[in-house]
Design a binder for this molecule. Structure first.
Ligand SMILES: [Zn+2]
Length: 376
C-alpha cells in the first residue's frame, strides 16, 4: 500500500478527491460510496459511521497554533454548516452541488443520471459508471437548510445569466464548498483510520507511520482548501465583492445537454497546506439544447488559471469540446452524465474513459487530448 499512497501525491495537492477513493476505498470515500462498499481492506470501518471526534494530539503538537485552531473548528463543524463565517451550529442537510431543479432535470431520464463511482470489490478498487437517483446525485452535507437556501437563492430561483457576477460567484462558491467538505471528510476518516490502527496495535501511537503521515497530509490539504476559500471566496462573499472572482465562460448551443459538473481543482503543484492556485469548473445544462461552461478563479490567480484552461478556450467546435472532455476526465470528480448520452458510448469508449479517470486520480497529470473520449 505504501507505493500507492506515495504515488503522485507529494507534488500535487488538491487533486480530485477520487484518488482517495481509489487508494483508500472504504476509508476515504464519500459517504455514498461507503454504504456500497463490500469486502473492504479494513473491515471495522465498513458500513459504519466513522467517529467524528479526533484525538491526534501528537499530530497537532508538530503544527502551529494557527493550524491547531483550525482543526478544532473542523472537528466541531465537520458535519455542520460550512457557511462563510463557519459560525452556524445547525445540522447540515444534503445540499446539491449542481442545481437540481433545473440542471439535473435536463439530463435525467426516469429521474436517474450516471456518475463514475469507485467501490472495493475483491479487495480491489473498481471504478465504473453507475446509475444514481437525480435527487441523490451531487449532494453533500455541507450547509444547513437555512444557509443552503439563503446563500444560493440567486442561482436556485432564477435562470443562469453569464452577465450576473453574483450568480457566477455563487456557482463557484458551491464548487469550492463541496471540495472543502470532501477534503475535511477524507481527513477525518484518515484520522479515524489511524486511531483504529493504533488501537489495534498495528501502528505505533508515538512514531511516524504511513497512516499517520497520510492523516497529517490530508489535514494539511483540508486546511489549505479552507484557507483558499476563506481568502478568495468567503471574505469577498461577506462584503459582496463578487468581482474578486473572475470567470472564463462559453455556451454549448444546439446540442442536447450531455452532462452536469461542479468541480474544483488546483492548477499548480504546490505542496499540501501551501497557498495554491485553483479553478472551479462548472458545466450547467440550461435548456433542452444548451449548456454553459464556467471556469472561475480568483482575480489574483487569473494568469495561472487561464493558462491551465487555455487548451479549451483557444479552440472551438468539436476540438473545444474534446479538450473540455479530457479536462473533466483528468481533473473533475463530481460530474453526472445523461443516460441517453451514456447509451451512445460503446464498451471500449466507456472502458477508456474509466481507465483514464482512474489513472489521473493517481498521477494527477493531465493527458493529451483524445478526440475519441468526447463526452458531449
Ligand atoms: Zn447554517
Amino acid at each position: 500500500m505504501l507505493g500507492l499512497l506515495c504515488c503522485g501525491r507529494s507534488g500535487s495537492k488538491n487533486k480530485k478527491v477520487t484518488s482517495w477513493k481509489a487508494v483508500f476505498g472504504d476509508v476515504a470515500a464519500g459517504t455514498r460510496a461507503v454504504r456500497g462498499m463490500t469486502a473492504p481492506a479494513d473491515g471495522e470501518l465498513a458500513g459504519k459511521t466513522v467517529p467524528r471526534r479526533r484525538s491526534g494530539g501528537t499530530l497537532l503538537a508538530a503544527n502551529s497554533a494557527h493550524i491547531s485552531d483550525f482543526f478544532k473548528t473542523m472537528r466541531l463543524r465537520f458535519e455542520k454548516c460550512l457557511e462563510p463565517a463557519l459560525s452556524c451550529s445547525a445540522a447540515a442537510i444534503n445540499a446539491h452541488s449542481v442545481q437540481n431543479a433545473t440542471a439535473m432535470s435536463l439530463i435525467a431520464q426516469d429521474n436517474h443520471v450516471y456518475e463514475l463511482r469507485t467501490r472495493i470489490r475483491d479487495g480491489q478498487p473498481k471504478c465504473d459508471f453507475e446509475k444514481v437517483g437525480r435527487n441523490q446525485a451531487s449532494t453533500f452535507p455541507g450547509f444547513c437548510g437555512v444557509h443552503d437556501t439563503e446563500l444560493f437563492k440567486p442561482i436556485d430561483t432564477k435562470p443562469i445569466s453569464l452577465a450576473d457576477r453574483e450568480q457566477l460567484f455563487l456557482i463557484a462558491y458551491r464548487s469550492v464548498s463541496r471540495e472543502l467538505h470532501t477534503v475535511m471528510e477524507a481527513a477525518m476518516r484518515l484520522q479515524a483510520t489511524l486511531q483504529f490502527q493504533i488501537a489495534a496495535g498495528r501502528v505505533p501511537k508515538d512514531q511516524p507511520s504511513v497512516p499517520m503521515i497520510e492523516a497529517t497530509q490530508h489535514m494539511l490539504k483540508s486546511w489549505g482548501v479552507w484557507k483558499h476559500r476563506l481568502e478568495h471566496y468567503d471574505k469577498p462573499l461577506l462584503s459582496r465583492r463578487f468581482e474578486e472572482i473572475e470567470h472564463s465562460v462559453f455556451e454549448i448551443l444546439n446540442r442536447k445537454p450531455a452532462l452536469a459538473a461542479s468541480s474544483f481543482f488546483s492548477v499548480d503543484n504546490k505542496p499540501w497546506g501551501k497557498p495554491f492556485s485553483a479553478v472551479a469548473l462548472n458545466v450547467i445544462p440550461t435548456s433542452s439544447q444548451s449548456s454553459v461552461v464556467i471556469v472561475s478563479y480568483p482575480k489574483a490567480q487569473s494568469g495561472a488559471a487561464r493558462r491551465y484552461v487555455a487548451p479549451v478556450f483557444l479552440r472551438d467546435g468539436e476540438e473545444r469540446l474534446a479538450e473540455l472532455s479530457c479536462l473533466l476526465i483528468d481533473r473533475a470528480e463530481n460530474f453526472f452524465v445523461a443516460p441517453s448520452q451514456l447509451a451512445t458510448w460503446n464498451d471500449d469508449k466507456k472502458k477508456e474513459i474509466v481507465a483514464r479517470f482512474v489513472k489521473t486520480a493517481f498521477d494527477g497529470q493531465r493527458g493529451e487530448r483524445n478526440d475519441g473520449l468526447l463526452l458531449f
